[in-house]
Structures are given as C-alpha cells and as structure tokens.
Design a protein around this ligand. Structure first.
Ligand SMILES: O=C(O)c1ccccc1N[C@@H]1O[C@H](COP(=O)(O)O)[C@@H](O)[C@H]1O
Length: 333
C-alpha cells in the first residue's frame, strides 16, 4: 500500500546545463520562445543549471535559480561525468559545497498554514492534487485555486493529474492556472504524443512536468526509454516510485533504485531538468542527492503528518538536509 496510509519504512553537460541567466532575470527580454516556441532555450552561460522555459515559471523560480550561480569561470560537473562517477568510472567528484543547490518541491498541500510554512521555509515549488482523481490528498478545485493564490513570486505551484485525456488536463489547468502541470498517470500510459497534445492545450507560460516510473534494475531499460521519450517533449521530468493502490506514478512513500535514476540523470540531465521523488524524507534526501545528482528533490509521504497535513519538523528537516547536501554545511546531528 502506498502513500501515507501505507507508510513504508523510512527509508553542464559542462556549462550548458541551464537557461540563459540574463533571460531569467529579464524574461521580458528573452527571444528564445519567439524564435523556437517549443524548443529548449539556447544555453550560453556557465552559471546556471535550471532550464526554465516560461517567464512566469522563471519568475517564480528566480530565487532558486539565482542560488545556483557559480563563481565566474567555475564549471558545473557535467551530466556525463556524473554518470561516469555513478558507474564507478574515476572522475573529479565535486565537493558538496561546489554543487549547485537543488530545487525543493513539496507535495501534497491541502491546508493554507502548510502552504505558508513551505513559503516561509523557502521551498521552491509546492504541489497539490485537484479533486476528482481518487488520489490521497485531493482538494476541491476552488480550494486548490485559493492555495495556489497564497504563493509568493518566488514559489511555483504545481497541480498533478493522473489523467491522459489532454482535454481533461487542459480543463484543470485552465481552471486552476498552476505554474506547473504535473502528469503522473499510471506507469506505461504517458507517451510523447499525449505529452505533446497536453502541451498544445496549456497556456504558453505553464510548465509541463512528466513523471517517469522508476523501479528496480529489472525495469531499468523501460525507465530509461520513457525518460528519453519524455525528455524531448516535457519541460521537466520527475522520477518517481510506484505503489499499488495509487492510480498513478508517485505518492508511493518508497524509494526506487537510485542507480537507475542516476543513469537517467546522466543520460538526459543536460537536456531537461530532472527532479527525484519517491520515498524521500529528511533521513535519506542527502544520500539521494549524492547518488542521483538530480536538479531537484520532491517529498510527500515522509514530510507529512498524515495524508492531508505536513509535519512541520520533518518538512523543515527535509529542506535543511536538501540544502546542506549542496552547501557543505553539516547540521551536526
Ligand atoms: O501526491 C499525490 O497525491 C499523488 C498522487 C498520484 C501520483 C503522484 C502523487 N504525488 C507525487 O508523488 C511524489 C512522491 O511521493 P512520496 O514522497 O513517495 O510519498 C509526491 O511528492 C508527488 O510528486
């Protein structure tokens, strides 16, 4: 059983890994979208790692992405090098304090106080589950709109959908206007054509994030193929676990084989930001970042008190541990 109900044991490409910093800080000046409406932005600088396509999302992620700036002349570890390291091939492994900060995404918000807490903690993205999908922490659409309305400029709001009908997803997006639409239908049902059809129906400034189901080594090839297929279509990938009883990819409360996720990051991470999810909490997020080197981390079950409310201590500890994993600072206990 997945999610809270089934609380399982707690467990650029060198320089060009990001969008142009100037474009993010001055999105109105960006011409990438005009030239190539649905193609990745050209990447020209050494000091960012976040691929953000849209001005609205770029604005909301501004604080997070700015934290990723590296000193002039310093280079990010390439996705290829990360892959080599994870396969045991010797490579210069950056110290924690030389790594870019990870983006922090928290699910599944149902309560205004929890949303405010996330904002106060400096979480980069918060997510919720709009009603009508039979997932654990659903909120009526009106309430979802209100919760998203509490977010400040630096925090992006995500709304998930376990559906594959583009019209249905578009109707939700049009009603709630999240910054990010998170597609996480059952494993094996999200093909590139569906992602493309959804994208075409979304407002231009809405990011499309697609889930990739990751399990153990036996499904490694499927996971890699799914990630490759989605990398060319979606703006962001989220690598997530699957559990029985959840009608989609995610909310499983369990980790998957992080080495498979590390391979995916090494394979596509220079083309699309990859967020790691699945059973992450304060106790394991640092190790997950060490192994996988994701662009971002995501947590639901292990930062929650129950299905619908966050655990303030676990939430704060998750944020702290995620930051420390890339800052070289230890909490000392
Ligand atoms: O949050 C949900 O209700 C949900 C429902 C269906 C699919 C995905 C869902 N959430 C996503 O799954 C991750 C990981 O959850 P966990 O930490 O393993 O419990 C969650 O953060 C959302 O991104």
């Amino acid at each position: 059983m997945g999610g809270i109900a089934g609380q399982q044991a707690e467990q650029g490409e060198d320089d060009d890994r990001g969008a142009d910093e100037a474009d993010r800080e001055h999105p109105e000046a960006s011409h990438h979208e005009e030239q190539h409406p649905r193609e990745p932005p050209r990447r020209t600088t050494t000091d960012v790692v976040c691929t953000v396509r849209t001005p609205r999302v770029a604005d909301k992620l501004g604080s997070a992405t700015r934290r990723r700036r590296l000193p002039a002349g310093e280079r990010l570890p390439s996705a290829r090098d990360r892959g080599r390291a994870d396969r045991g091939v010797p490579t210069a492994r950056p110290a924690r304090d030389e790594r870019p900060a990870v983006l922090i995404q928290i699910y599944s918000l149902t309560d205004p106080d929890d949303v405010r807490r996330c904002v106060d903690l400096g979480v980069d993205r918060v997510g919720l589950a709009p009603a009508g999908q039979s997932v654990p922490a659903e909120v009526p659409w009106e309430q979802a709109r209100e919760l998203l309305g509490l977010l400040g400029d630096g925090v992006a709001g995500c709304a998930l959908s376990v559906r594959t009908d583009p019209d249905e997803v578009a109707a939700m997006a049009s009603a709630l206007r999240p910054d990010v639409v998170h597609l996480c239908p059952p494993a094996g049902t999200l093909d590139p054509a569906t992602q493309r059809a959804v994208r075409e129906r979304l407002p231009r400034d809405t990011e499309l994030m697609s889930a990739v189901a990751v399990g153990d080594a036996s499904s490694r090839a499927d996971a890699l193929a799914a990630a490759e297929a989605s990398a060319g279509v979606s703006d962001t990938l989220i690598l997530d676990s699957v559990a029985p009883g959840i009608p989609g990819v995610g909310a499983a409360g369990i980790v998957h084989d992080w080495h498979v996720s590390a391979e995916i990051v090494a394979a596509v991470g220079d083309r699309v930001p990859v967020i790691l999810a699945g059973g992450l909490g304060p106790a394991n997020v640092a190790e997950a970042i060490d192994v996988v080197r994701p662009h971002g981390v995501d947590s639901y079950t292990h930062t929650s008190h129950d299905e619908r409310r966050k655990d303030p201590d676990a939430l704060a500890a998750f944020v702290r541990a995620s930051r420390e994993a890339t800052s070289g600072v230890s909490s000392g206990g």
